[in-house]
Design a protein around this ligand. Sequence first.
Ligand SMILES: Cc1cc2nc3c(=O)[nH]c(=O)nc-3n(C[C@H](O)[C@H](O)[C@H](O)COP(=O)(O)OP(=O)(O)OC[C@H]3O[C@@H](n4cnc5c(N)ncnc54)[C@H](O)[C@@H]3O)c2cc1C
Length: 430
Amino acid sequence: MTQPQGKHIAVIGAGIVGISTAAALLKDGHRVTVIDPASPGGPHAASYGNGAFISPASILPVSQPGLWRKVPKMLADPRGALTIRWRDLPALMPWLVRFLWAGATGEKVARTARALSSLLADAPQRHADLAARAGLSDMIVQNGLLYAFRERAEYEAEAFGWGLRRDTGVAMAEIEGQALRRAAPALDPAYRFGVLINDGAHCTDPGGYVAGLADWLTGQGVVVRRDRVIGFDLCVGRLRGLRCADGNLACDLAVIAAGLASAPLAASLGDPVPLAAERGYHVELREAPFTLDIPIMPQDGKMANVTTRGGLRAAGQVELAAPDAPPNWARAEILFEHLKQSYPALSGATVSQAARWQGNRPSTPDGKPVIGRSTRSKDVVYAFGHGHIGLASAPMTAALVADLVAGRHPARDLTSFSPTRFSLRQRETR
Ligand SMILES: Cc1cc2nc3c(=O)[nH]c(=O)nc-3n(C[C@H](O)[C@H](O)[C@H](O)COP(=O)(O)OP(=O)(O)OC[C@H]3O[C@@H](n4cnc5c(N)ncnc54)[C@H](O)[C@@H]3O)c2cc1C
């Protein structure tokens, strides 16, 4: 067990971001308490049901030039990969406008890609190292990742995005014919082209990974407390402790890593961050007739297909809606239909055989997380808003938070992730 000597740091939220952060802070010798009202790794959190991809190629934001033209179709097409619930449109409008603006030009997208690359380039190795520390090495598999296309022309139509990936140093190989069949024998041969991300990795059980890391941390002296943080006890800009539903907690520093619930906590500290629920779904077939050695993203379905400990999982869909709106399970059925279309051996499978899940990606409009200090107190650090890449980018986020806490020069430039980038004054100076 590590003997803590440093500060007492409270990490708010036990998703993959909070738990990875706790591990980084423990490594620096701090005394760490993680606070969450729910069990780490449980299905309530985005970190449970995601696509398990740890991809250095996940650097492109969802918002891209010309997307605004597709909004009417998105509203009208209930089966598309990206939809908006009509009744939530007025409340989502301010976020949506910023979202479309953030991807309005190729230069903006390129800037975001470069920023995300700084978090993702070595994500597989960082996860492998974290898992090894915790004795969970079997949960991180560094076998590569495959993006599959029906035709090379579909890949060429995405030349801008793939060019950005190449320019930021993502190692990739184009494969066709027999090489593609060997890499993905279960995939429908109608997929005739693929891009292999050799350095990519995946997690065999994202929820179990968070739970396993939390258990290991507990064994190392980290306290995991079941409670909900409701406020901060500040005195002249210094943090004295946290106000929690079941009593207060004295601490020297706090890290807000509460996923979607981080926004009201940051707003209470004077940092209004626009955060929306990009809701997603998964279906998981326990008795699939094959396993995928390499996870696959068939580009037409825009879904991550991966063999987890629970079975064959298809995760994806972006549904912009109120976070507490009831799940629309038709979206999980769409994923299931895509699965059946992508893998001929599933032709007889029915959706009733699959487990299904819905979760909320904590998403900023510009697709970048918020990593930095609170403006009101330097004792509070933000680590939230990881949208589509929270699993992959958690270890680098954790390292950056640890740098801030230690007063070290951060290992990556944090300007792009600043919590104040959404404020009017900041935007006017750009
Ligand atoms: C369908 C889908 C597919 C995805 N696929 C991928 C993928 O392949 N690769 C990838 O990298 N990412 C993927 N993601 C994104 C990824 O899952 C998220 O970015 C990531 O899980 C966010 O982690 P988090 O720790 O910030 O939030 P969460 O996992 O949501 O955890 C937040 C925690 O904070 C706790 N909390 C909330 N309020 C409070 C409070 N007041 N006090 C204390 N605790 C609180 C919650 O109980 C929860 O446990 C996907 C997401 C979805 C939905």
